[in-house]
Design a protein around this ligand. Structure first.
Ligand SMILES: Nc1ncnc2c1ncn2[C@@H]1O[C@H](COP(=O)(O)OP(=O)(O)OP(=O)(O)O)[C@@H](O)[C@H]1O
Length: 765
């Protein structure tokens, strides 16, 4: 290494050491403030704000996790043509004089790190990636942005990108904060509002972008998105486990990360139903089916009712009771009452039916109804005949084909065969739907709170997590500060109510006095729940410690869907319920759609989610699959879908016909390189047999149905024809399987290859 380079590294090391020393000091300070017993709010506006700005209390606690990251806390530097220099890192850190020492990668000032090119340098003359191991700077990678080189730059930070891509895969995904590419950055920083649709072929970084976007949204508007108000949904628990390390590594752990099978409280479904079953369960027809089912007599309901009144025996058998049940349904329909709230209607209908058969010549109707209605045996019968139903109760009825044939017709047998064990992922939207359809029993009168009081209880003043400028409650504009229950400044009449920009300038000046620079404004809420403007600050504000109460699903402010191409109509309904008040980011690839009811176009998917418009960002460069393997996999692509351009050169492909698959898989796994991850991917129904045969600790056998979103250095695919034959969209499934390999792909087949793969000899690397 040249002397000049060694000196540069040493200079960067000094800065890195300063940042770590400063963060250590801040961590200590945060600890002392906590130990102080007063808390930050008690320190008053000035003290509280200075302490918060110096170092994010919340983030300080995360430094240990950040320390562990190979790329370290400081990873970039921008030199501008006016001599200005910034260092970019995973957090914003200021020095003792409150000068920025490190700019958070998500701050607007850091955007140039991911966007500057020779053609459009944005004032940057040098863009440097600082490569560290722990706290030690080991290398530097510089891009000099001279307009003369405009034609040459293919990617940003080529050296560090290549190094990142060449690193062997571990069991979990790593973040890409040091090497985010321009088109990815544009998707990450797209506005939060409305719906953002991010499309791209396999390995274009869609999942990475989705996760970095979640972290970005939290940075820009913590007041709105913190405390579990961002939901990220992935296709399976294997997948969410694979990506679960990325957000904590970016310093964010208040985001809800859930597999689609985990969206209903108390249910963790991992099993997928076969395509024929999934097709029925995923269709909106199920909404009608469930809507019928909820009014049926539960299997536990008594078939007979007997009562002695004034010497008369009143007796109803199954036929009469069925008639009464129908009557309850009619009454419920006319009053929009849901089944679980309909027991009072059931009592009314039953009493009416009894009155109709009693010899009531000498009886008074009201007396009869009151008398019978109060009898313990009547109430016991009613509770058993019209019990409170849970979604699980009703869904379990589908396990009995004789019972469900009336509503399901020919589909009854197919569905019944799928029940009996644990819930499948495809059942989860049905449980969610039933939750809506069944409703809740009416609240006991004592527990009822009048609306006015309810408003006060739920809408009363709360502390804000960030500054908010709002107009309304007082005459003129009010500026709220984090942690303070009253406005910290009021503009009274002096600012014209229409002049939002003028009010924002006023507020920005006050916020600047508190040590924060306002970069722009977004929408938000003041402590009274009224609309307000929230400043985007050049440095993040401290985060309130997340409270113990988990956010409920109607609190989500932003919902991110990964692998969205696979969502069935019923899954979309379940998500739409959770996203009723949320903006959304939808991420996917139509070429990888394997669900039998997958939407054919994004417009259809948006409609299923009750959305119409989206801003669309397409990622065009693939970073996972090397060119040779990408070209081979593209033969399986459905017509009309363009293949992805791959940035990664090479790729090792071999295709072998073998006598005995299990033995060949064992042998291939044994020969697989020790460096990097190795997976054997096989049709779901063959996976147990192949797993038993392979039995090698460093090799994972993955059923094809679970491999979506994952990647391995070396992939061995066993019997592609069986993967295609296993399901209606087997062709797409095989495409997903063939696009998982980062370095080598070995195909073992006994049966002939699917025609598209066999059409010409595979290219040799
Ligand atoms: N800018 C980047 N720098 C370094 N690595 C990157 C970059 N973008 C993507 N990658 C890597 O490329 C691989 C694929 O990324 P990711 O899984 O996010 O792609 P995807 O589009 O979601 O793929 P799929 O559709 O197949 O699930 C990952 O290993 C990811 O870390």
């Amino acid at each position: 290494m040249s002397d000049a380079r060694t000196a540069e590294i040493a200079a960067e090391q000094q800065l890195v050491d300063r940042v770590y020393d400063r963060t250590e000091a801040m961590r200590e300070q945060a600890r002392m403030v906590a130990a102080d017993g007063h808390g930050r709010a008690a320190a008053g506006p000035a003290g509280g704000l200075v302490e918060r700005d110096a170092m994010v209390h919340h983030a300080a606690g995360k430094l240990r996790a950040l320390d562990a990251e190979a790329e370290g806390l400081v990873f970039g530097r921008l030199d501008f043509d006016d001599g200005e220099t910034y260092h970019i890192g995973r957090l914003g850190v200021r020095d003792e004089d409150r000068e920025p020492l490190l700019i958070d990668w998500r701050a607007p000032a850091a955007a140039a790190f991911y966007r500057a090119t020779p053609g459009e340098p944005l004032g940057v003359v040098r863009r440097r990636v600082i490569i560290s191991r722990g706290r030690e700077v080991v290398d530097l990678d510089d891009d000099l942005l001279s307009p003369d080189d405009a034609g040459d730059l293919r990617v940003l930070g080529e050296g560090s990108l290549l190094a990142a891509l060449q690193r062997a895969r571990g069991p979990q995904m790593r973040d890409i904060v040091t090497t985010i590419q321009r088109e990815q950055d544009e998707a990450i920083r797209a506005p939060a509002r409305g719906v953002t649709l991010i499309t791209g072929g396999p390995g274009t970084g869609k999942t990475q972008v989705a996760l970095h976007r979640a972290a970005y949204l939290l940075y820009t508007d913590r007041g709105r998105f913190a405390d579990g108000r961002v939901l990220v949904v992935g296709p399976s628990t294997v997948f969410t486990n694979y990506i679960s390390r990325v957000l904590p590594a970016l310093g964010e752990d208040s985001i809800h990360l859930r597999a689609i099978g985990e969206l209903v409280e108390g249910v963790t479904a991992v099993r997928r139903d076969p395509a024929a079953v999934a097709e029925i369960k995923g269709s909106t027809w199920m909404d009608e089916v469930l809507g019928e089912l909820i009014w049926q007599a539960p299997p536990t309901a008594p078939q007979e009712f007997k009562l002695v009144y004034a010497g008369q025996v009143l007796k109803f058998g199954p036929v009469e009771l069925a008639g009464v049940r129908e009557r309850v349904r009619t009454l419920a329909a006319s009053t929009a009452t849901l089944p679980n709230a309909a027991r009072p209607l059931a009592a009314k209908a039953l009493l009416e039916a009894l009155w109709a058969v009693v010899d009531g010549e000498h009886l008074e109707r009201d007396l009869f109804t009151d008398d019978v209605g109060d009898r313990p045996e009547f109430r016991r019968f009613l509770a058993a005949w019209w019990p409170r139903l849970t979604p699980a109760d009703v869904l379990a009825w589908l396990g009995d084909a004789d019972r469900s044939r009336g509503v399901l017709g020919d589909a009854a047998e197919t569905l019944a065969a799928s029940y009996g064990g644990d819930w499948s992922v495809d059942d989860v939207p049905l449980l969610d739907e039933l939750n809506e359809l069944l409703g809740e029993p009416p609240a006991a009168p004592a527990a009822r709170i009048e609306p006015a009081r309810l408003r006060e209880l739920t809408m009363g003043p709360q502390l804000v997590d960030t500054f908010v400028l709002s107009l309304g409650l007082h005459d003129g504009w009010s500026l709220y500060a984090p942690g303070l229950p009253t406005p910290m400044a009021v503009a009274g009449q002096s600012i014209d109510n229409d002049a939002i920009a003028q009010a924002q300038r006023w507020a920005a000046a006050i916020i600047l006095r508190e040590g924060h620079q306002v970069v722009s404004w977004t929408d938000g809420y003041d402590p009274y729940g009224e609309d307000g403007y929230v400043p985007v600050l050049a440095e993040p504000l401290p985060v309130a410690e997340p409270d113990d109460e988990p956010a409920t699903w109607d609190d989500y402010a932003h919902v991110i869907l990964d692998e969205a191409q696979d969502l069935s109509p019923m899954e979309c309904r379940m998500i739409a319920r959770r996203a009723a008040y949320a903006s959304m980011t939808i991420v996917g690839d139509l070429g990888q759609a394997t669900h039998p009811l997958a939407a054919a176009t994004w417009r259809v998917l948006l409609a299923r989610l009750a959305r119409r418009d989206a801003r669309t960002l397409d990622l065009r460069t693939g970073y996972r699959v090397p060119q040779v393997l990408a070209a081979f996999a593209a033969r399986m692509l459905a017509p009309g879908i363009a293949p992805t351009r791959s940035y990664r050169p090479g790729g090792d492909l071999s295709v072998r016909q073998v006598e005995e698959l299990a033995a060949a898989a064992r042998e291939a796994a044994r020969r697989a390189p020790g460096e990097g991850s190795v997976a054997v991917v096989v049709a779901d129904h063959m996976s147990d047999a192949i797993a038993a045969a392979v039995d090698a600790p460093h090799v994972t056998v993955v059923p094809a149905g679970l491999v979506k979103g994952l990647e391995y250095d070396h992939v061995i695919v066993v019997e592609p024809a069986a993967i295609v034959a296993a399901e209606p969209r087997g062709q797409q499934r095989l495409y997903v399987v063939l696009t998982r390999a980062v370095a080598s792909l070995e195909i073992l087949h006994h049966e002939p290859l699917p025609a598209a793969l066999a059409s010409e000899p595979p290219a040799r690397p």
